[in-house]
Design a protein around this ligand. Structure first.
Ligand code: F6P
Length: 258
């Protein structure tokens, strides 16, 4: 029955949270590797989590990019209340993703779906170091960077290291460097080994990994059996307040390897 499977899932969530050593973990039925509707479901779950956790007043929510975040964003719902306002900003400058899955696009989509506002970080990906330095002096860029510094919430995904490196067009030498360093997970443009240690970082402006510790609301959204190892590795050193939203595909695989 529904009630049984519901309580079974709560039990599994507690088991997974214990294994990963985190406080909050939610598991959505199904495997997002196989069914897009599982990823879509993450959108309403994320809306519920933010709706129940975020304080009243003005929130600044920094978001990352990726295909998970894209589907999640498209499936979010109204989050504004008379007492709570949300402003979405990209967490970091571009890490080499195509336009529809860039953090700027995701933050715009989330604002549209939830009734909040958003700001764009106008820093293109492929510019010379000199141009980049000049752009950073621009008041519009500076203003958004200040907002990112004020973020009280971060939403991001987690990916497989090599898959992400390839998608972002990293050079062959960088790929073999990542292999040599046993990188298994990626998030925020940082690469992690199985122990959750950073082995490489794409230098970008905006939110840095060390800033995450000081942000009260951090949500990691990642599912699919193929991401099990990456999730487990990343979570090892993730800030303690991180909520993990995942699915049965990833959760069962992690619990199996315990
Ligand atoms: O680049 C942003 C990001 O959210 C990373 O943190 C993560 O590794 C990646 O995207 C995940 O991408 P996808 O959701 O497409 O697997």
């Amino acid at each position: 029955s529904f009630m049984e499977s519901h309580s079974g899932m709560r039990k599994k969530e507690r088991k997974l949270a214990e294994l990963l050593n985190i406080e909050h973990c939610l598991i959505i039925p199904g495997d997002s590797d196989k069914e897009i509707k599982v990823l879509e479901h993450f959108g309403s779950v994320l809306t519920d989590v933010l709706g129940s956790q975020l304080p009243n007043g003005d929130n600044v929510i920094a978001v990352m990019g990726g295909t998970t975040m894209e589907t999640v964003a498209k499936n979010m719902q109204e989050l504004e209340t008379p007492r709570r306002h949300n402003l979405f900003v990209p967490a970091r400058g571009g890490v080499g993703e195509t336009i529809n899955i860039q953090a700027n696009s995701i933050s715009g989509m989330m604002a549209e779906k939830t009734g909040g506002d958003f700001k764009v970080l106008y820093v293109p990906e492929q510019v010379s170091h000199e141009t980049y330095e000049i752009l950073l002096q621009e008041p519009t860029v500076q203003r958004v960077l200040h907002l990112i510094e004020k973020a009280n919430c971060v939403v991001h995904s987690i990916g497989q290291a090599l898959r992400m490196a390839k998608r972002r067009g990293m050079a062959a030498e960088e790929l073999s460097m990542l292999k040599n360093k046993n990188a298994v997970a990626e998030s925020f443009g940082y690469f992690f080994n199985e122990d959750g240690d950073v082995v490489y970082k794409i230098p970008r402006i905006g939110l840095q990994l060390k800033d995450l510790k000081h942000i009260p609301y951090v949500v990691a959204v990642a599912g699919g059996k193929h991401k099990a190892k990456a999730i487990q590795a990343y979570i090892k050193n993730a800030p303690a307040q991180t909520w993990l939203l995942t699915d049965e595909g990833a959760a069962n695989q992690i619990l199996k390897g315990e």
